[in-house]
Every structure is written in C-alpha cells, then in structure tokens.
Design a protein. Structure first.
Length: 237
C-alpha cells in the first residue's frame, strides 16, 4: 500500500496545474485558480527559482508540457521519459543533498569517490523512478496551496493535493531548501505524513550496513538502467 501511495504521490511533482487540460490548481503567487490548455510550449515556461512556491509549480508545468509535446517520442520509446525528467525536472531537485541525507550516518565513513558515485547512482535512480511514476498519470487534478512569506526561511513546505474522482485527496508536502545563491531546490516529499526521503534513508541505510556502500551503488545503478514500462511502476520500487 505504501509503495502504491508513494508511486502515485511522486507523480505530482511531474504534473502541472496550468498545462493539464481542464486541470485546476492554485497559482503560487496569489492563490488564484488557474486553468489552461495542455498545448503550452515547454520552452516558453520561465521558472522563478528565487520563489520556492513558483519553482515547484513551474518545474511541474515545464515537465508536463514536455510530456504533452513529446508524445510521439514517448510512444516510440517510453525510455524517452527519462530524458524529459533529466532535462526539465532534475535541475530543480537537490539530488546531492538528498543523496547525502539518504546515506545518513554512513556519509562520514565514505570516501570522496564513494560519495560522488553514490550521488550519481541515486540521482539516476530518481530519474528512473520519476519517469516510471509518470506512467501512473490518469488525469488527476492538482491543487497547490497559496504561497506564504518565505523571506526569512531556509526550508519551506509547499502543500499540494492530488484530487481524483471517487477517491479521497492525497495530501502532499514538498520540502524545499534555500541554497547559498538564494535559489531554491526541492529535496523531499511527504505523502500523507510519510517522508519519501526518510523511507529511502531507512531502506538504503540498512542495505549499506548489510552489503557495503559499493554494493548499494551498484544496485542503484542497476535500478537506474531499468527500462520504463508503460503498464506498471512496481518494477522500480
């Protein structure tokens, strides 16, 4: 059940409220409902990385716009979803910070080479996980909460709801952190009180303890290379 919830929840970061046909969401700047066509050109979307709320919504919109534009390529090769995720989503995710958090107590015992290899492997694993999650999309509607004052904040929670007819809304929180250059990047997602980062930290931490970090890096690389399936997301969890 948890895997299914997280698989559905992770899809949200890939879904934009203002590019999905008739999907209504909350404008990050003023809390107003937005509605627009899926024909939005991905290249025309400008993302404000100095605003954590606009950044989350903009990254989602850009990724989903590319998804709509490149349907022919995706149909010909579902693995093209990885290209979209890598180009349009990952620049707004702090994968290095998330990787270090996942390593937890084993970070200080690793070499620089192992840390670099782990970040690369975990980032590739995220790309494949997000790309596969995209195949779970079934026209859900996404609602973003209004922005709050973040002037003095280092970490901000961006609240989102996934609304699907006939089911209770899924409540999500995206954790976003301020970087040294005053831009923002996401590093965690909490689905119905369950942190994806904490879940992976526990899971991967146990594997590092049992198998060693080099073996875990190899395993993550294997998962990252898995092909995208159009009918199931379970293979990558």
């Amino acid at each position: 059940m948890l895997k299914k919830l997280l698989a559905s929840a992770v899809t949200v970061i890939l879904l934009g409220s203002s590019v999905n046909v008739l999907a209504k969401g909350t404008d990050a700047g003023n809390g107003q409902t937005t509605e627009a066509s899926k024909t939005t050109d991905a290249s025309s979307i400008v993302i404000d990385t100095k605003n954590p709320y606009s950044m989350i919504e903009g990254a989602a919109n850009k990724t989903f716009a590319s998804f709509n534009q490149d349907q022919a390529k995706i149909k010909a090769d579902p693995n093209y979803l990885k290209v979209i995720i890598q180009d349009d989503l990952m620049p707004y995710i702090d994968s290095k910070y998330a990787s270090y958090k996942v390593m937890g107590q084993y970070l200080r015992d690793s070499t620089k080479e192992q840390r670099n290899n782990f970040v690369k492997a975990f980032t590739g694993y995220l790309v494949t996980t997000y790309a596969q999650a995209f195949t779970e999309y079934t026209n859900q509607k996404i609602q973003f909460s209004p922005a709050e004052d973040f002037a003095n904040e280092r970490i901000v929670s961006v609240d989102v709801q996934v609304i699907e007819q006939g089911r209770p809304p899924i409540k999500l929180i995206f954790k976003v952190r301020r970087l040294k250059d005053n831009t923002w990047k996401a590093f965690d997602m909490v689905a119905e009180g369950v942190s994806l980062l904490s879940t992976k930290q526990s899971e991967i931490g146990n594997l590092i303890r049992q198998q060693g970090i080099d073996k875990v890096i190899a395993t993550l690389n294997e998962k990252a290379q898995q092909p995208i399936s159009s009918n199931s997301s379970e293979k990558n969890n």
